[in-house]
Design a protein around this ligand. Structure first.
Ligand code: MG
Ligand code: ZN
Length: 224
């Protein structure tokens, strides 16, 4: 009995979230913005990838960033501002994921008419961010070499729900035990044919493939 009641409450919360995610999606589509939900464990390089992306696209595409953080520190948002792009910080107050309500609040503070691309940096966590729709068009996961090659096997849920995978810090491959074939087999099992971008935010290797994919996605949704 208790269990059934609990399931119903959780279902209602998720329904409300998904409805608001739909409203967020409409808002993005009306403004011709392509939006990604960027997920990773802490330290995988979410902010570094955002800064590299801004650096590569700065004269071509207007990028907005929503920074999800569990604490009211604006370190990541400040870096985006310094790179000359609009950023809104969401402080989750300790919560381990973003939801559609938080993203909706942030969207109200964004100059949507001026943007082509929106990057939502989710909280560093491989478990629950995957369960909450935000209204973005694509879930993108960053895996990084020092995290190890077993992550697809340990966190299958997040690998199943993404439409692109960035493999960051490939410059560390000579120094870290990481079996790329084993890693890729795990990914292929969960998400066959997933588009992947091995790259290094440190050396810049592979960044152009990632950036070209983004440009392609942006041009598909651009309202002319
Ligand atoms: Mg960050
Ligand atoms: Zn959470």
């Amino acid at each position: 009995m208790m269990n059934n009641q609990r399931v119903t409450i959780v279902e209602k919360i998720m329904d409300a979230n998904d409805r608001l995610a739909g409203i967020n999606r409409s808002l993005l589509d009306e403004n011709g913005i392509f939006a990604i939900n960027l997920m990773a464990s802490p330290g995988a390089g979410k902010t570094s990838l955002i800064l590299k992306t801004i650096e590569a696209l700065t004269s071509q595409i207007r990028i907005g960033v929503i920074e999800g953080d569990t604490a009211p520190v604006t370190i990541d948002a400040d870096k985006v501002h310094a790179a000359g792009m609009p950023a809104v910080q969401i402080n989750t107050g300790g919560d381990c994921h973003l939801d559609a309500v938080m993203v909706n609040n942030a969207l109200q503070q964004m100059p949507l008419k001026e943007l082509d691309l929106l990057i939502v940096e989710n909280v560093g966590n491989l478990i629950c961010p995957a369960a909450f729709q935000l209204g973005t068009h694509a879930n993108v996961l960053i895996a990084s070499i020092p995290e190890g090659d077993d992550k697809p096997y340990k966190y299958p849920q997040i690998y199943r729900g993404v439409s692109a995978l960035v493999i960051n810090k490939i410059d560390l491959l000579p120094y870290v035990k990481f079996d790329m074939d084993y890693f890729r087999q795990g990914v292929e099992m969960l998400n066959p044919g997933l588009v992947t971008f091995p790259l290094s935010c440190q050396t810049g290797e592979g960044i152009s493939n990632w950036v070209n994919w983004l440009k392609e996605q942006v041009s598909i949704r651009k309202i002319t």
